[in-house]
Design a protein. Sequence first.
Length: 89
Amino acid sequence: GGGGSGGHLILKIDIEGGEYSVLKEALESKLLCEYAARRGNRVDLAVEFHKWVIEDKKQKEEFAKLERRFYRELSTCGVHLTKMDINWH
């Protein structure tokens, strides 16, 4: 509709470790939450996290914190989250 309501945004993120920078940007920009907050809009987000491609222990811990923050913050603003596992195909 003309006011940006009633839309349905569907995102599937499976980018071999690149999801962490994309999700950090999504959190910081609040774009997904703002879209979901508009009356009648829905956001469905499916993510496959590639923890096994990260070798640095400190970076792995940082990404784990980011993943928890991602689920906590986006789920509270109305974004519907699905975590895909490695065999989702």
